[in-house]
Design a protein around this ligand. Structure first.
Ligand code: ADP
Ligand code: MG
Ligand code: ZN
Length: 603
């Protein structure tokens, strides 16, 4: 999320126009006689009459015209002009009437003031405009080292508190100490305790790391400097380092405050090793960051938070004591956490009565906070589409499927035969799952096609949160994944491409059982693979000899074959139910877990 306010840049012309307008107005004020309206033309006779009446105060007589100041009928002073017809005894006449003549007419403005307006002000304005321009150019000038022009944005109120973050209690506890420190740094300084300078929030995307950082600032009521790692890596060499320097300078001035570096892995990647082109800049930036972190005094009250979802790629130097030595895991929410997150986001939405958040939470195992927020929003959108004023349970359940599997493809034309295959396939999964006592019961089976390309799917629901999986359970899970294909084989005697995803999942579990969980006879407790990318997909890399790798493959194949046979066996013993359930599903397109169990249990 990028929350910097975009101050629209006005074109330079804009400033010039303003300056021009101001100068014109000033001109009119200073030299009003040049404005035609203020110089009134009268005939010579009127002029002479006004002289005799004593209305003229002063006059300037030229060869063929006279300009004069006189009091008009309303008693206001005015400047007039008249042509002179015959220059007879004009001086005497003026003298007799007591008119000052022979000197210039008074300006209507105090001369000192007019001097300021007409000379000093334009100069001041020119200087001002010049500065404005040079500041705008600053960010683009590669020569101005040290002035990065980084618009590092400090939010004084993030508007978030810990109440906005549901679940994640451990992370909140760890951060609460930092909040307390920011409230009262002196308390810590007095006793001589140095709080960690930095804390690193690690976890999968969308689990609320950015949100937590903002909440810390909100709770402590301190300014929040936020910058994303990618913003350090700029076009010009040296700019990244300059930005780091600027950032810490500003933060020091505003202490106590929080500096938040999002996606720190972009600059904090391990240094050295393979020479890549153009990572010099990144390295410089990282070095600068390390220097600044070492340099500043933690007791001043500057706390640096950073977030990443690839902690394993971070340079070890960043994690050293005195730097980001505190590591705060922000994991995917558990059942209670998911329910709490749903409730937090439901607060902003008009919800119907008797919403079962727990049921939604149970159906969304593995979803991140961001996905759950999205589910609530999708439900609200659906309610609007349906012309309702509040969100119903059905909206929520449908939006779970939308977020998991995409929108319904209502007009997809699928042949009767294909629908049959899909129905038997899905019931195959569900039946195998239900007949293996340890497998989770189904929540819903549907054969309505989705935009994700799925023609149908079985939603399994875990009754309660599980953290461990036994060897048997893992094996049964593989069997459930093979159940779809097994049903196709039994009923149609042929197989389809529909099982591609099942195959992938079954293989993933089987491989992990052999290489990481020590669940095979052959390899005992040997680690044969390591996870390289814990939070992003969990990629693994092999770490064994080629011969062992070949044996691992054989073991995995054997495991899946055994599970597949088990699934076929279960379905063979249950053909009647398979036909009955598939027929029912074909007719209804969607059946719930209760309907499924009712049919399964009926005689
Ligand atoms: P991350 O930085 O970990 O990728 P974010 O903090 O950007 O995730 O979270 C994205 C959005 O997901 C948040 O703005 C919030 O709406 C929602 N969200 C994520 N986790 C939570 C949570 N624990 N409680 C409430 N909302 C959450
Ligand atoms: Mg984030
Ligand atoms: Zn399947």
């Amino acid at each position: 999320m990028n929350n910097k306010p975009k101050k629209p840049k006005k074109p330079i012309v804009f400033y010039y126009l303003i300056a021009l307008a101001v100068l014109m107005v000033l001109n009119a004020l200073v030299f009003p006689q040049y404005l035609s309206s203020s110089l009134e033309e009268v005939d010579y006779g009127t002029f002479l009459k006004m002289v005799d009446e004593g209305k003229v105060i002063s006059a300037v007589v030229e060869t063929d015209q006279v300009r004069f100041e006189a009091v008009d009928d309303d008693g206001r002073k005015h400047i007039y002009q008249s042509n002179i017809v015959a220059n007879t005894e004009l001086s005497d006449r003026l003298y007799n009437a007591g008119v000052k003549y022979g000197q210039d007419l008074p300006k209507e403005i105090n001369p000192i003031f007019s001097f300021i307006l007409s000379w000093i002000l334009p100069i001041v304005m020119l200087v001002f405009i010049g500065q404005l321009l040079s500041r705008r150019m600053g960010g683009m000038n590669a020569m101005s080292f040290g002035k990065s022009g980084a618009k590092i944005y400090a939010e004084n109120e993030t508007g978030k508190t810990f109440a906005d973050v549901a679940g994640e209690d451990e992370a909140k506890d760890a951060l609460r100490e930092i909040v307390d420190f920011l409230h009262d740094p002196k308390k810590y300084a007095d006793i001589g305790a140095a709080l960690p300078k930095g804390a690193l929030l690690v976890g999968p995307p969308g689990t609320g790391k950015t949100l937590l950082a903002k909440a810390v600032a909100g709770e402590a009521k301190v300014p929040f400097f936020s910058i994303s790692g990618s913003e350090f890596v700029e076009m010009f060499v040296g700019m990244g380092a300059a930005k780091v320097r600027d950032l810490f300078k500003q933060a020091n001035e505003k202490a106590p405050c929080i500096v938040f570096i999002d996606e720190i892995d972009t600059i904090g990647k391990k240094r050295g090793g393979i020479i890549e082109g153009g990572n010099d800049e990144r390295e410089q930036t990282l070095n600068q960051l390390l220097t600044e972190m070492d340099g500043f005094d933690a007791n001043k009250g500057v706390v640096i938070l950073a977030a990443t979802n690839r902690p394993e790629s971070l340079d070890k130097a960043l994690l050293r004591p005195g730097r980001f030595d505190r590591r705060i895991p922000v994991e995917l929410p558990d059942l209670a956490g998911r329910e709490a997150i749903l409730r937090v986001h439901a607060k902003d939405v008009k919800m119907g009565e008797n919403i079962d958040f727990n049921a939604v939470a149970r159906a969304t195992s593995g979803a991140s906070g961001a996905e759950l927020a999205n589910i609530v929003n999708e439900a609200a959108l659906r309610a609007v589409r349906m012309g309702r004023g509040e969100v119903s349970q059905e909206d929520l359940e449908e939006s779970v499927e939308v977020v998991i599997a995409g929108y319904q493809r209502k007009n997809a034309s699928i042949s009767r035969h294909e629908k049959e295959i899909v129905a038997y396939h899905e019931v195959g999964h569900a039946l195998v799952a239900a007949r293996q006592s340890n497998s989770a019961p189904v929540h819903k089976i549907t054969i309505i096609p989705r935009t994700s390309g799925a023609l149908g799917y079985t939603m399994q629901v875990e009754e309660d949160e599980r953290f461990l999986m036994s060897k048997d359970e893992a094996f049964n899970k593989i069997a459930t994944f093979t159940g779809g294909r097994a049903a196709e084989e039994l009923i149609f005697g042929s197989v389809t491409t529909g099982a591609a995803n099942d195959i992938e999942q079954a293989t993933r579990i089987a491989r992990a059982m052999v290489t990481r969980y020590g669940m095979s006879e052959e390899f005992d407790m040997t680690a044969l693979e390591t996870v390289t990318n814990q939070y992003l997909g969990g990629d693994t890399s092999l770490m064994c000899s080629a011969e062992t790798a070949a044996k691992v493959d054989a073991e995995v194949v054997a495991l899946i074959r055994k599970a597949h046979e088990k699934a076929v066996g279960i379905l063979k013993n249950d053909m009647a139910k398979l036909h009955e359930l598939a027929g029912y599903l074909l007719e209804k397109e969607t059946i719930t877990g209760e309907e499924f169990m009712r049919i399964l249990k009926s005689e």
